[in-house]
Ligand binder design. Structure first.
Ligand SMILES: Nc1ncnc2c1ncn2[C@@H]1O[C@H](COP(=O)(O)OP(=O)(O)O)[C@@H](O)[C@H]1O
Ligand SMILES: [Mg+2]
Length: 431
């Protein structure tokens, strides 16, 4: 079993080139045992590019097709295929080395890194760790454009269909489209376990479906009385408290967006637990989510990351978002704004008003900055009119402040308060 203390979580990212910006570091706050990362920034600032290339990099730890390191007799066998330098389009081929010289290996890695857009920093032996433990690591990448395309289930399938996909770069697409198959397999296994009187196994599966029922009830904000399985059609029905019976296919888009992520992770965790025969174990891993807020109404946007971090406490989430509701939602997170290159920690964001976050994080030309512009215009007008009468100006500013302070960013608020204090001081000096 891998513990969070030994798992190689990402500590920082070096961004070589995300199209919009080049050559900077994103350093994660030193939370123990790891920090989540939330990337924000204007449209086109490179959030998706960073996630996608981080995924490419991590896929290289998983497959022979990129970077592949294997420990054998204390020597490192390193096989690197052909890589394309994305900037000049040239191909460069790396050969196969048996190498014990760590300096040489490091030089080779440095050379390779020139061809990467995003380079995570963990520790020097991450590839070996990953190679040796990949069947016990949760790793998944949810692109911004994702949706649940259900597949018709015809009968049980082999579990190896899932385990063999777990370390492929496309595993997330496979898992999310096949979750019903996975659930069908579990129901059928359970039926056989019942026949064979394997009470423990039956209980474990019951507990799995019970957790699923509970969590889906929480998310949908309506009690699901039971998840019924129709073994003739291999179909599941969510039996709601109000009498409705829904299949997974007819859920509203927001729910299926959450369901997709949830099911993918439930399945991975379940496969790992099964392998270890340890059903309370919380596996370690890294999960990338582009726009977790996609398709969700505000309340669910607030809930999605807290839900995931509480269900999967040893997984490091790396998300890219536009939503202040997502930014302010979890603890132990580093928030990095690509547009300004500012780093915040979640303690500063949690509990701040959304309009604050909107203004300080996004500088959007939306209703919020229109409000801010409006406030600034009112202040300017008052200053123009009463600039030479500090006492009067102080008086006029107060109601503007009172009516608008909730919409002001912290910086703007401080500036406003300073302006009022100045007038007060001047008025006292005059009298
Ligand atoms: N393959 C590519 N080639 C050239 N430019 C790209 C490519 N992919 C994305 N871009 C550009 O890089 C910038 C960042 O895009 P993206 O990562 O999607 O931003 P965000 O997710 O923050 O909105 C955009 O200006 C986009 O047009
Ligand atoms: Mg994007």
């Amino acid at each position: 079993m891998i513990t969070p203390e030994e798992f190689p979580y990402i500590k920082s990212l070096y961004v070589n080139d995300c199209y919009a910006y080049q050559d900077f570091d994103i350093t994660l706050h030193d939370y123990k045992p790891f920090s989540h990362l939330i990337l924000t920034g204007k449209n086109g600032s490179g959030k998706s590019t960073i996630l996608e290339h981080l995924h490419n990099y991590i896929s290289g730890w998983q497959t022979i097709d990129g970077r592949w390191f294997q420990a054998s007799n204390n020597s490192l066998l390193l096989y690197i295929g052909t890589l394309r330098n994305e900037r000049d389009g040239k191909l460069k081929t790396y050969k196969r080395y048996d190498e014990t010289d760590n300096d040489y290996r490091q030089r080779l890695i440095n050379e390779l890194n020139k061809y990467e857009r995003v380079i995570p920093s963990i520790n020097t032996v991450v590839e070996v760790f990953w190679e040796q433990n990949k069947s016990l690591i949760v790793y998944s990448y949810f692109k911004a454009k994702r949706g649940y395309q259900s597949q018709k289930v015809e009968g049980p399938s082999k579990e190896s269909d899932f385990t063999s996909k777990i370390d492929s770069p496309e595993s997330t697409a496979y898992f999310t489209s096949s979750f019903k198959q996975y659930l069908v397999n579990k129901k059928i296994d359970q039926a056989f376990a019942q026949i064979d009187q394997l009470t423990e196994e039956v209980k474990v599966t019951e507990a799995f479906f019970e957790t699923l029922r509970e969590k889906l009830s929480d998310i949908f904000d309506i009690r699901i009385n039971s998840i019924d399985f129709d073994h003739k059609n291999y179909e599941f029905y969510l039996h709601l408290e109000d009498g409705r019976k829904l299949t997974f296919e007819v859920l509203p888009e927001g729910f299926s967006a959450v369901l997709t992520i949830l099911m993918d992770l439930f399945m991975r965790v379940d496969l790992i637990r099964k392998q270890l025969n340890e059903y309370t174990y919380n596996p370690c891993g890294i999960v990338l989510i582009d726009e977790p807020e996609a398709h969700l109404h505000l309340q669910l946007q607030e809930q999605i990351l807290p839900l995931l971090t509480s269900l999967f406490p040893n997984i490091q989430f790396i998300a890219a978002t536009h939503s202040p509701a997502v930014i302010a939602s979890i603890k132990n997170a580093t928030i990095f704004d690509l547009t300004t290159k500012e780093t915040r920690i979640s303690e500063e964001a949690v509990g701040r008003s959304y309009s604050d976050l909107m203004m300080s994080h996004f500088e959007l030309n939306n209703e919020y900055s229109n409000i801010a512009d409006g406030i600034i215009a009112q202040v300017d007008k008052a200053v123009a009119e009463f600039g030479n009468n500090p006492a009067r100006l102080r008086e006029v500013l107060q109601p503007i402040y009172d009516a608008n302070s909730a919409y002001l960013s912290p910086t703007l608020k401080v500036k406003f308060e300073l302006l009022m204090a100045e007038q007060e001081a001047k008025a006292v000096a005059h009298s």
